[in-house]
Design a binder for this molecule. Structure first.
Ligand code: PMP
Length: 406
């Protein structure tokens, strides 16, 4: 099955817009993706017709929203092939999911002198939460090295694992380099030493088939907004055995069983981790977005995005002075580059005036940029609705921009 991109584009109203009287070319998908009409319709419909707080109402609207939320949980379960629906916790996004695990896990399992392992290519949201708990509990953060092509140095990874390491956290796909890590092999190595893993799937689920049981991930996290769903909703997948072992993170309504001033008991999974009124309409819309992706076929999406990335890479390589940051053989949808003598920001600002949205800067991976000794990159990142014609336009405009700046 191949994608009908023209048809897909018609389903994303924002793509019909012009900016500065130029057709919008949206290449900032690693930051967030645009929303198809079916997802917008769910938001509209639920706020118009069904809105009522879930789980505590006996009335029609509340039951309807509760059922739809639990159906969405099942859709997420199927999408990543989790064993149980109660292994899916709704959060605000990747950042909140990592913080939840870091703080809950550390409060139970991290002691002074222990170690937590991350890699050099992590997003700040898979570094800082671990730093916070290291400081609090007197643990040490260890960093796995990468090679200049943007792949993990597996010798460094193996060397980092020892009896002091209590958890390893790494990204599935790098938001800056595009590298697809062999998360299954990395997980196996950690498990050989009985170390659990958290995998940051923020840049993976929208581009490639993810099966958490096949990977054998202990925790797998992602954000709705990067997979065509609204902002403010995301996922923490955790193996039942781990979620059972972790204490609640936040306290409040919904996450409790019985409350008294003497003692409170907690709700069963996944509600133990969902304190307060959740973003249930966001969750329902995320379910719709995942179904939309499944209906188009994640393999067809991957093939199309791989074609775009290969084409863009080939074309950008012909530009004088260009250096691509991230040249792994296995890459997904991200093309980051620098050009000799030109600041990435200047390129971004001038491209913007032509209708092209790219991101410039360090993309929340400052330690990675420091390691490459670059102030930032220009990043073009692709989604299912992008086309080769857009890449041609981008390359034309890049040539003009470079002539102006040189
Ligand atoms: N990890 C990666 C790899 C990301 O790309 C992002 C978003 N840029 C995040 C984590 C954080 O996601 P969010 O801001 O949606 O919590």
């Amino acid at each position: 099955m191949s994608l009908n991109v023209a048809d897909i584009r018609r389903q994303f109203p924002i793509l019909e817009q012009q900016v500065y009287k130029k057709d919008l070319v949206y290449f900032d998908n690693a930051a967030t993706t645009q929303k198809p009409q079916v997802v917008i319709d769910v938001l509209d419909e639920y706020y118009k017709k069904y809105n009522a707080n879930i789980h505590r109402g006996v009335h029609f609207l509340s039951s309807h929203c509760t059922d739809a939320t639990e159906t969405a949980r099942k859709t997420v379960q199927d999408f990543i092939n989790a064993k149980h629906a109660h292994e899916i916790v709704f959060t605000r996004g990747t950042t909140e999911s990592v913080n939840l695990v870091a703080q809950s896990f550390a409060s139970e399992f991290i002691n002074e002198g222990d170690e937590i392992v991350v890699t050099r290519m992590e997003h700040h949201s898979n570094i800082v939460p671990w730093q916070l708990v290291c400081e609090k509990y007197g643990a040490k953060l260890k960093v796995v090295d990468i090679y200049p092509d943007g792949t993990i140095n597996m010798d460094s990874f193996k060397a980092a694992l020892n009896a002091k390491v209590k958890i390893v956290a790494f990204t599935h796909v790098s938001n800056t380099l595009g590298t697809i890590n062999d998360v299954q092999a990395m997980t196996r190595l950690a498990h050989n030493q009985d170390i659990p893993v958290l995998i940051d799937g923020a840049q993976a689920v929208q581009h490639t088939h993810v099966d958490v049981q096949e990977i054998d991930a202990d925790f797998y996290v992602f954000s709705g907004h990067k997979i065509y769903a609204p902002t403010g909703i995301g996922v923490l997948y955790g193996k039942e055995e781990w979620l059972e072992k972790l204490p609640p993170w936040q306290g409040g309504g919904e996450m409790i069983d019985q409350v008294s001033f003497e003692k409170t008991t907690f709700n069963e999974l996944p509600f133990k981790f969902e304190a307060g009124t959740p973003n249930y309409i966001g969750a329902i819309a995320m379910g719709e977005a995942l179904s939309y992706v499944s209906n188009n076929g994640i393999d067809a999406i991957k093939k199309h995005e791989d074609d775009l990335l290969n084409y863009a890479t080939e074309r950008i390589t012909t530009v004088d002075g260009v250096r691509i940051i991230g040249e792994a053989a296995q890459k997904s949808s991200v093309l980051s580059f620098v050009i000799d003598g030109i600041h990435p920001y200047d390129i971004g600002v001038l491209l913007d005036k032509t209708g092209i949205a790219v991101r410039t800067g360090n993309h929340c991976t400052q330690p990675l940029h420091d390691w490459y000794e670059i102030p930032g990159t220009v990043r073009a990142s692709f989604a299912m609705y992008n086309t080769k014609a857009e890449i041609d336009y981008f390359m034309d405009k890049m040539q003009q921009v470079l002539e102006m700046l040189k």
